[in-house]
Design a protein around this ligand. Sequence first.
Ligand code: HAM
Length: 422
Amino acid sequence: MSIQKPKGTQDLLPGEVEKWQYVEAKARELCERFNYREIRTPMFEHTELFQRGVGETTDIVEKEMYTFMDKGDRSISLRPEGTAGVVRAYVENKLYGEPDVSKLYYTGPMFRYEQPQAGRYRQFHQFGIEAFGSVDPSIDAEVIALGYTFYKELGLKEVTVELNSVGNPAVRAAYREHIQKFFAPVKDKLCKDCQSRYDRNPMRILDCKIDQKYCEGAPTIVEHLDEECSTHFQAVQDYLTAMDIPFRLNPRLVRGLDYYTHTAFEYKAGGIGAIDTIGGGGRYNGLVGQIAGGGNDQPGVGFGLGMERILLVLQAQGVDIPGVKPLDVYLVGLGEAAERETVKLLQGLRLAGLRAERDYLGRKIKAKMKSADRYNAAYVAILGDDELASGEITVKAMATGEQETVRLDAFTESMQSRIRHV
Ligand code: HAM
């Protein structure tokens, strides 16, 4: 039996991959406009980084990591998300204050051992940004705005920003008690996961799909914010409003990672069913210090957007994005000497910046013309042995069927000027 791809992974084939390139190019271009610079970190890290960073009691670290011992007996994990690695690189390379606030972005594969379904994979891709060094709520708003603008410029419809504050550690510690008190009477009825969350991470119960019926009337963290937290939260909302970024407050929004403080947000989209969270993020003051092992703490805020989900939404909503680009020129040689000459002409066209192709299968003219059609070529250039002898080539515009004879020594230039005018 032939070998198949592992469960939860995808082959991105030509035809589909152009859409990915388009979405990735949009991410890069937008990051340039917002003054974020690219960072590339390893796809695997020491397991401890994610235990410390993402949190020991999160589903991601408890159940979903691809962890293995390498040949040097080190515990290694494939990255389940981007933030922990970027924070590690920020600390290790002392990027503090470069040039003032460090604004970084990344795109690439992440790995989580989850039950695959539409929009959920074991290898998936994120576009993420992280901004370090500022506690100013305007940067929380900037991060949210960048993600929102990204979706909008790609043409996604019905994108909603859900916003919450998860407070600071002191607020959360107090809130933890309220929430434990609330769930105490139904503790035994909660699902197995939530029974263990009750002691270790009770806020996560609010996020459980199974136990929603017990969450009705649960106290929200927003009701328990202290002054510092509510001032920050209000300022983020004011900045979003000033920037015309629509948002909806969701006091139940709890993110699946432990590092958040203050701002937490998610982007939701219509048209893809139950798994409708296309991105999420928030502020994480304290994480840098935690990963640095004390010492230089720096505040941070960022997001991670799921690329597969963006492509699913674009498809579900029928948004057209540019696919394969058509060829500029398809070269057809008729006769041995002419065929050989097309190799040289093809190289000339490509060096001149044109998208050009020829036949490599020694096929008849009809089959070659069919290929030109399949590649959507704007022009077909036909060279016969006779024409070669007289130093000419026939150029046919595929849209109009018009034909013209061009001097071989002026061929590349002539094609260049035609393409420029298409
Ligand atoms: P996250 O919410 O775990 O956050 O993931 C962000 C996004 O990645 C999700 O909203 C979803 O679109 C996508 N995603 C997650 N898991 C899968 C999966 N199994 N298959 C397909 N897509 C998936 C983070 O990862 C944080 N690092 C975000 C962040 C950056 N917060 C601050 N900075």
